[in-house]
Design a protein around this ligand. Structure first.
Ligand code: ADP
Ligand code: MG
Length: 443
């Protein structure tokens, strides 16, 4: 059996046009451009919050935080779009923590954060705990794969903030162990991915269970396809839309390259690339769970400290792998998109797309795992001859051409490479409706 990541999936997500069509244009929306820069000092924050920010080492707010925190502190509904790794969690956690009532005033759960994956549930809860360090506030995470009994106990003892995945939250609502009648805030975090996973009916059910008329709803997402806009118009009250996704979607701190390679030789190329790059920590993204398993196993024959994570593994195995990756015991993590989404490990130096992502947004999210908060990172995408079109789609989406890299002996022979390149430039330019931007590299 050959070692390709497999193209067994039949996704035909066409997010290019969708994403663009729905992108609120900069003219009609407030954005960072031309806006005065504000610091945490200019915000109406409590002394305890200022101290936690200092302790966390957050000196200045990121653009999405500058935009979202002030109106959210005012109790308004806000929809914030910003690429991954830009601090969206604190953008909603800070205003929520600042608005929490004392448990004497409101005994029940006050804020509910919905997230797409278990990993993210844990991560968001940690961010809340970090920012509530000097406050007497209880938070908990509820998600599948962990014993529900323990979660029920914690909920019964009283918590102000619950972070959860939609499935498990519904489970608790149905059991009567999570009462949301007093909750005044709901957050849809990584809303685009929650909809991708098919959580829409669950999300709507949960939103209907949060019955307070004066509910505040916050929505954070890296992309805003029409499905999210519909959700926002139905369930949010006069939301303020903030778009911080720049035209150049992928962070400037990430160098992005591609390799053309024969599908059957992708695995050998992967080995050679890891040997060449000696990454501090790398994630190798694959399309399928089966491919993920196989590649991890085979890499482990050559390299030490290789791990693997995907949705078929049980929760304790997933937790163990993430812990090892976070404490840098693992150097290389082979992962599928669903799990890779939202992982925040700042020491990741390399992203390798073993399979070219079929969904351009997945590309943006994958590479967003590196270059976090301005650190440097590099992303490599393996492109076999049947994946060329996907590469063009990605380049259109990020409005930038990836640079070609090569390792001797692995180049895929393309008949007329120059023509091919020109074609790509033309395709990108045509789809964008204008010539190549100045910042693009020369050909
Ligand atoms: P996103 O949800 O947009 O992908 P995260 O909320 O996961 O981003 O934040 C990414 C990283 O940035 C986290 O490690 C977080 O601790 C850090 N971070 C967030 N806000 C700030 C800030 N104002 N200053 C410094 N680091 C920050
Ligand atoms: Mg996030």
């Amino acid at each position: 059996m050959d070692i390709d990541g497999g193209a067994q999936t039949d996704q035909t997500n066409e997010t290019v046009s969708e994403g663009n069509a729905s992108n609120p244009s900069n003219e009609s929306n407030p954005s960072t451009v031309g806006e005065p820069q504000i610091g945490f000092a200019d915000m109406d924050l409590s002394r305890d919050m200022r101290r936690s920010l200092e302790r966390a080492g957050y000196e200045e707010p990121s653009p999405v935080q500058m935009g979202v925190i002030p109106p959210a502190l005012d109790g308004q509904d806000v929809m914030g779009q910003a690429q991954t790794g830009t601090g969206k969690t604190a953008a909603f956690a800070i205003p929520i923590l600042e608005q929490l009532a004392s448990p004497q005033e409101i005994a029940g759960v006050q804020a509910l954060i919905l997230v797409p994956t278990r990993e993210l549930a844990g991560q968001v809860r940690e961010e809340f705990e970090k920012l509530a360090y000097y406050m007497d506030i209880k938070t908990t995470a509820v998600y599948g794969g962990h014993p529900i009994k323990k979660q029920i106990e914690v909920l019964q003892n009283g918590v102000q903030v619950v972070v959860g995945t939609p499935g498990r939250v519904i489970d608790h609502i149905n059991r009567g162990t999570l009462n949301l009648h007093e909750a005044w805030c709901v957050v849809l975090d990584e809303a685009d991915r929650m909809l991708d996973i098919g959580f829409r009916p669950d999300i709507e059910k949960i939103l209907r269970a949060v019955t307070r008329k004066d509910r505040q709803t916050l929505l954070l997402s890296a992309t805003v396809p029409p499905s999210i806009q519909r959700l926002a118009t139905q369930y949010m009250y006069k939301p303020i839309m903030l778009d911080f996704s720049t035209t150049n979607v992928s962070a400037d701190t990430i160098d992005q390259f591609y390799f053309t390679v024969d599908r059957k030789r992708k695995f050998s190329l992967l080995k050679r690339l890891i040997q060449r790059e000696q990454p501090h920590q790398a994630i190798v993204f694959c399309r399928t769970k089966r491919g993920t398993d196989r590649i991890a196993q085979q890499l482990a024959e050559t390299f030490e400290n290789v791990g693997c994570i995907h949705g078929d593994m049980n929760q304790s195995a997933r937790d163990r792998v993430m812990k090892q990756f976070r404490n840098e015991t693992l150097k290389v993590l082979v992962a599928t998109d669903v799990v890779g989404r939202g992982i925040d490990v700042t020491s990741i130096s390399h992203i390798i797309n073993f399979d070219t992502p079929e969904d351009c947004d997945d590309y943006v999210h994958r590479i967003g795992r590196t270059g976090r908060m301005g650190r440097e990172g590099v992303a490599y995408t393996f492109v076999s001859d049947d994946e060329g079109e996907l590469l063009t789609k990605i380049e259109v989406r990020i409005n930038r051409l990836l640079e070609q890299d090569a390792i001797e002996g692995f180049e895929l022979k393309v008949e007329t490479p120059v023509e091919y390149k020109k074609e790509r430039v033309a395709a990108v330019a045509a789809m964008r409706g204008r010539g190549p931007a100045k910042h693009r590299r020369r050909l």
